[in-house]
Design a protein around this ligand. Structure first.
Ligand code: NAD
Ligand code: UDP
Length: 388
């Protein structure tokens, strides 16, 4: 239940605030709205072009939080209501973005506009109206690790100073311009620099969040069920789709890239700490990830196959994975981040936050959700029409 007696990390009471959440209808937004409605007294002005993922929080209007959440269907590219909604709120959280890798090299203009140009008015309105901003960037601003440029057999590759990604010391290393994969990372980096400069020159109170592969229920879409058949979502939904359809999981370039995955519910705890502890969060850039949950993409595929067999009761395929080239899977201009281990020093020091959920446990709850939500729909979609 929503509690009016919340205290911050210094033991001071937290006053209820109004939050303008842009991109509230997406994966992260839906979990953040859920948390804010269930556990806090804060109000949310939820802005997005879609609301399917937060419908359960908006209807019926007898829900206990009905007077604390208001959905505004708008596109921030071209809607004059944006500034007044930011002015009505104490805090703006900007989640809106094109953020699926399949778009970065195939729709680089939309990617750059969405992640940089469209975010500029949000920053300006917050700065001009003295409103606090929490902006969602990405771990991809780090690009490739320094270690990836060392010879394959160099012992320095095992030295954390060559691969751990730190907010205040690591460089941002992207590929060449024709590797359009980096359009997203570069746009996110430039908006981070703009926000940082608004802080330095105009006193904007900002917090920048760099998510490291947050995953869980409601992430992206299952192609042909609640998204386009030809669409390519992020890896969790790609592999879930393959498992649901009993197809081999596709390992891009052999699945050798490494990622750390954090459970969405753990990550949302970190965002709530940022919301309720402005003095510890303003002016900060935070990595939010789980350094203990590192796997190669191949290992992720193997673990998801095992977990899915357990939760669905269906035996695994004889050939559970196949290799595919990145050019065939994503098209020209794709490139990859080799390894992503977040340095947790700053978020630990400022907010005392630590992720809790192991990769196995988070996959078990997420794949249980995927199976419950999609298995029947896939069965119906793939059933052959009866012979007439
Ligand atoms: P998402 O695609 O599920 O959510 C983004 C939401 O923004 C969508 O609902 C979309 O409709 C909305 N949106 C986009 N453009 C809009 C516009 N012009 N006007 C109004 N609404 C618009 O993505 P997500 O995973 O929830 O990510 C949220 C943020 O976090 C993004 O900025 C993303 O770059 C960042 N991020 C997420 C992850 C992750 O692990 N999920 C990793 C790195 C960065
Ligand atoms: N990937 C894969 N098969 C898929 C989808 C993705 O091998 O069906 C790989 C992708 O090339 C990348 C990793 O999985 O190395 C993570 O991809 P995701 O789309 O989740 O985003 P990223 O972490 O690269 O931002």
């Amino acid at each position: 239940m929503a509690s009016g007696n919340r205290v911050d990390l210094s033991g001071n009471p937290v006053k209820p605030i109004t939050i303008c959440m842009i991109g509230a209808g997406g994966f992260i937004g839906s979990h953040l709205c859920e948390k804010l409605m269930a556990e806090t007294p804060h109000k949310v002005l939820a802005l997005d072009v879609y609301n399917d993922k937060i419908k359960h929080l908006l209807e019926p209007d007898t829900l206990p939080w009905a007077d604390r959440i208001q959905f505004h269907r708008l596109n921030i590219k071209n809607d004059s209501r944006l500034e007044s909604l930011i002015r009505m709120a104490d805090l703006t959280i900007n989640l809106a973005a094109i953020c699926t890798p399949a778009d970065y090299n195939t729709r680089p203009l939309d990617t750059i506009y969405s992640n940089f140009i469209d975010a500029i008015p949000v920053v300006k309105y917050c700065s001009g109206n003295s409103k606090r901003l929490i902006h969602f960037s990405t771990c991809e601003v780090y690009g490739k690790t320094i270690g990836s440029f060392l010879p394959k057999d160099s012992p320095l590759r095992q030295d954390p100073s060559y691969y751990v990604l730190s907010e205040d010391t690591s460089p941002c290393i992207f590929g060449s311009i024709e590797k359009q994969r980096w359009s997203y990372a570069c746009a996110k980096q430039l908006i981070e620099r703009l926000i940082y400069a608004e802080g330095a020159e105009n006193g904007l109170d900002f917090t920048i969040v760099r998510p490291f592969n947050w995953i869980g229920p409601r992430m992206d879409f299952i192609p042909g069920i609640d998204g386009p058949s030809e669409g390519v979502p992020r890896v969790l939904a790609c592999f879930s789709n393959n498992l649901l359809r009993r197809e081999p999981l596709k390992l891009v370039d052999g699945g050798q890239s490494q990622r750390t995955f954090v459970y969405i519910k753990d990550a949302i705890e970190a965002v709530l700490l940022m919301i309720e502890n402005p003095s510890r969060s303003n002016g900060q850039i935070f990595n939010v990830g789980n350094p203990n949950n590192e796997v190669t993409v191949k290992q992720l595929a193997e673990m998801m196959t095992e977990v899915y067999a357990k939760v669905s009761g269906e035996p695994s395929l004889q050939t559970p994975t196949i290799d595919i080239s990145s050019e065939e899977f994503y098209g020209v201009g794709y490139d990859d981040s080799d390894k992503r281990i977040p340095d947790m020093t700053i978020i630990n020091r400022q907010l005392g936050w630590n992720p809790k959920t192991s990769l196995w446990d988070l996959l078990e709850s997420t794949l249980t959700y995927q199976h419950r939500t999609y298995a029947e729909a896939i069965k119906q979609a793939t059933a052959k029409p009866a012979a007439s």
